[in-house]
Ligand binder design. Structure first.
Ligand code: GLU
Length: 481
């Protein structure tokens, strides 16, 4: 088999969303799996739809995900330039070739004339076809008129799609379509076929919206005497609920928003790989090398793939948990006033946060008590005081203080702290129903100043004995107030 060459060929018409990125990912994985080449080409021949800033955005999105192109825009390669607006001369030479072979002609009609022809066909209730109005003796093409393809005699097109098997299109599929517009730019239909031939692309992966145009592409390959690449049509991505295509309103957002929200590229890649492909095993988590190893087109599904953000989140948590403490802090851009405590808080964050955005929020909310001395209210310290008893909280806090002071020096674990303190709570429990809370609540609240927080043993293990005792003394002071 010749070297596999795949390409991702986005149009710079706005931000990249999951659909586009998945196409790039599958093309890249396929090329890497077969030790081939992956090309990034920009298709900017529709100047009206172009959105400023799209190209850097495409580059940044793919780079974030580690989808690296072997040749292409900003990297160069044997077929540079890789941006269609800089390849106009090439399309013109292919156009001349088609003209000389009798496969293309200058469209002689003005807009008005075309309108009249269309209206006439409509009046006669027959389809309007350009092929019925070809000029007998076409003018030489001077670039000011559209150049049209002289479609071959009507025939049925059949081809094999690597994902969907045998596909065919009816006889209406190919009319005389435009190759080069009057503004001098080629159409997508023409330019991408020329480029795929020139760049020796062997496999084209794209969405199902291109199936209906495939006969046009095939007729062009035929006219140019070139062998078409293999086509693989990727499944549509469905909105949650599974009934319609994922659109912007259902969360098809800019892929870089996921970076801002604290998703890891390894999670995104893992998630997107499984959005329309499966390994045929139970394996759910894949590193990139594992994906390259396992990926192939024969397990790309035909039916739509449901976009499930809950799954993406839990996948992200999986990949976050795999990071070392230092990587977790660095890659999550986590900051806190005390670097030592921040490190100790990482297991809590790994336990609770599914994105780094959530982790950052936790550091300023639920876990802010680790870094700031809490302000306490008397009522809340006493919230679990048992009826008919008083001073339980105060006595408990004083006793706990003593126990904390005698904790071993050095790094503490929540378990060591728990083993040292629990007997006091258990003794209180033995005195009467629910007594454990009368000890543990004031302790946890004294340490955190929050109604919801991590358990007191974990808090002490992070705060350290000295700071814990000082917070407890503060609570005792308020009670003695
Ligand atoms: N420029 C086309 C698009 O962005 C590429 C389609 C293709 O892969 O051929 O939809």
């Amino acid at each position: 088999m010749n070297t596999v060459v795949t390409r991702f060929a986005p149009s710079p018409t706005g931000f990249m969303h999951v659909g586009g990125v998945r196409t790039a990912l599958y093309s890249w994985l396929f090329a890497k799996k077969h030790k081939g080449r992956f090309i990034l080409r920009i298709e900017d021949t529709d100047k009206e739809r172009e959105v400023q800033g799209s190209i850097p955005h495409i580059i940044e999105s793919l780079s974030w995900l580690g989808i690296a192109w072997d040749e292409g825009i900003d990297r160069g390669g044997p077929h540079a330039p890789y941006i269609q607006s800089e390849r106009l001369g090439l399309y013109r030479s292919y156009a001349q070739k088609l003209i000389s072979l009798g496969h293309a002609y200058a469209d002689p009609y003005s807009e008005d004339e075309l309108g009249a022809l269309r209206a006439k066909a409509e009046g006669e209730k027959r389809p309007f076809l350009f092929r019925d109005h070809r000029p007998e003796n076409p003018e030489p093409w001077d670039g000011t008129k559209p150049l049209r393809f002289r479609a071959p005699a009507i025939k049925r097109y059949e081809w094999n799609d690597l994902v969907r098997g045998n596909l065919s299109a009816g006889e209406e599929a190919v009319d005389d379509f435009i190759l080069i517009k009057s503004d001098g730019y080629p159409t997508y239909n023409f330019a991408h076929v020329v480029d795929d031939i020139e760049m020796q692309v062997t496999h084209v992966m794209r969405g199902e919206e291109f199936i209906s145009s495939t006969p046009k592409f095939l007729s062009l390959y035929e006219a140019l005497g070139a062998t078409p690449p293999a086509f693989a049509t990727l499944p549509v991505i469905l909105a949650p609920g599974g009934h319609k295509k994922l659109g912007k309103r259902d969360g098809a957002k800019d892929i870089l928003d996921y970076r801002t929200e604290g998703y890891l590229p390894e999670a995104m890649v893992n998630f997107l790989a499984l959005l329309g492909w499966n390994p045929g095993t139970e394996q759910e988590f894949f590193s990139v090398p594992e994906l390259i190893e396992a990926f192939d087109v024969d397990r790309i599904q035909v039916s739509g793939a449901g976009f499930d953000e809950t799954k993406l989140k839990s996948m992200n948590q999986y990949w976050m948990r795999k990071l070392s403490t230092d990587d977790f802090i660095q890659r999550g851009s986590l900051e806190a006033s005390d670097a030592r405590k921040l490190k100790l808080a990482v297991p809590l964050l790994k336990d609770r946060a599914q994105t780094f955005m959530e982790a950052r929020t936790m550091l300023t909310q639920e876990l802010s008590c680790l870094f700031e001395t809490p302000s306490l209210t008397r009522d809340l310290i006493l919230a679990k005081e048992l009826p008919g008893r008083s001073d339980t909280a105060k006595e408990a806090l004083a006793g706990l203080s003593e126990l904390i002071r005698s904790l071993p020096q050095g790094e503490l674990t929540a378990d060591t702290v728990k083993i040292a303190l629990m007997p006091l709570a258990d003794a209180e429990e033995a005195k009467g129903k629910g007594g454990r809370g009368a000890v543990l609540w004031p302790l946890r609240y004294a340490l955190s100043g929050q109604e919801r927080s991590p358990d007191p043993f974990t808090l002490i293990s992070i705060l350290g004995p000295e700071e814990s005792v000082s917070r407890i003394q503060n609570a005792i002071g308020i009670l003695e107030g």
